[in-house]
Design a protein around this ligand. Structure first.
Ligand SMILES: C[S@@+](CC[C@H](N)C(=O)[O-])C[C@H]1O[C@@H](n2cnc3c(N)ncnc32)[C@H](O)[C@@H]1O
Length: 322
């Protein structure tokens, strides 16, 4: 059976009857003043993180959301962008689009500020987005792209890159796994569709994103997600899966490679008023400066005993060197 057929089957069922906890992780659901998420919509939260970051949503952005699920994140995006058509939701499964529409109707009753017309729902495939070139400011997907095998994942990322305006943001959440995933598990279309076996190491995931052309990447969160255990799956050892939240910005690619922020900082504690690396990074005593991994490595290579370069926290949400 093709990946698309299996995925459609899995999500047709999950649209007709909510499968609570399908992709659940420890990311808290955004509960905001004046936002009342309908219970069924909450039960259909099939995300493995959050793609909602108020900081991404200034200046009335147009938001594209691919793989709508029950529509919870679309409603949350609409909370910040309250105008007709501000959000475009795309899904390949008719029943999921219908469920999302029904959940919006209920959301309208519970949220006086919300109107279904804030979200334009379109039938479409992540690999052939029904969206014009350079037309959206923010593109998001939550727990969908991990379902794809590498060729399709590359294609899906290229599509997101195509539809984003220059400096637009791709915000994503997906499972990752640093251990080798056995081939028969990785190839299992159903486990992939359930967001369990398509996970790849974070380094490979980031490389695919930057290969497509995104010049800046932020790793915003990294959390425990699942285990595949020998008593429940055909594996010889326990496989630990995390989920990651990432934002990729359509900045031009720097000549010396992408800027990837993983929560590293540099702290200067020398006797001079500041330290300047001559490449745009000025370190002031006692003020940690967020730096991308490239700059962190370059500062470490200086071997100075008055600069501390801190390790990745995998929680980066602003500031920076590039
Ligand atoms: C794991 S669910 C995530 C739903 C939603 N993002 C959330 O966080 O609750 C995956 C979603 O992607 C949709 N989907 C699956 N394959 C797709 C494709 N090729 N193109 C667009 N949507 C797809 C499914 O119907 C489902 O709504």
């Amino acid at each position: 059976m093709s990946y698309l057929k299996t995925t459609e089957d899995v999500y047709r069922k999950a649209a007709l009857e909510p499968e609570v906890g399908l992709c659940c992780t420890t990311t808290p659901v955004w509960q905001l003043p004046g936002l009342d998420i309908p219970p069924r919509m909450l039960e259909m939260n099939y995300g493995c993180g959050s793609t909602i970051h108020p900081r991404d949503l200034v200046n009335e952005p147009t938001v594209l959301y691919v793989g709508v699920g029950g529509g919870m994140e679309l409603l949350q995006f609409a909370y910040f962008s309250r105008r007709p058509g501000a959000i475009i939701g795309v899904d390949v499964v008719d029943e999921m689009l219908d469920a999302c529409r029904a959940n919006f109707a209920e959301a309208e009753k519970r949220n006086p500020w919300f109107r279904s017309e804030f979200v334009a729902l379109r039938k479409g495939d992540a690999l052939h987005l029904p969206v014009a070139d350079a037309s959206v400011d923010v593109a998001a997907q939550n727990c969908l792209f991990n379902i794809f095998k590498e060729r399709e994942l590359r294609r899906a990322l290229e599509e997101m890159y195509r539809v984003l305006k220059p400096h637009g943001r791709l915000v994503m959440s997906d499972p990752i796994c640093e251990q080798p995933m056995p081939d028969h598990i990785r190839a299992d279309e159903r486990l992939r569709a359930l967001c369990l076996s398509g996970a790849m190491p974070l380094r490979d995931y980031l490389a695919l994103i930057t290969d497509v052309g995104f010049g800046t990447v932020e790793v915003r969160a990294r959390r425990p997600y699942r285990v595949l255990s020998p008593n429940r799956y055909e594996v010889d050892e326990l496989i630990y899966i995390e989920s990651v939240e990432v934002a990729a910005i359509k900045d031009p690619m720097p000549a010396d490679g992408p800027c990837i922020f993983t929560g590293r900082t540099a702290i200067y504690f020398g006797d001079e008023p500041f330290f300047d690396d001559g490449k745009g990074h000025v370190l002031v005593p006692d003020q940690p400066l967020a730096v991308c991994d490239k700059t962190a490595a370059a500062l470490e290579a200086l071997g100075r005993d008055d600069i501390l370069v801190t390790p990745s926290t995998w929680f980066y949400d602003g500031g920076g060197c590039c």
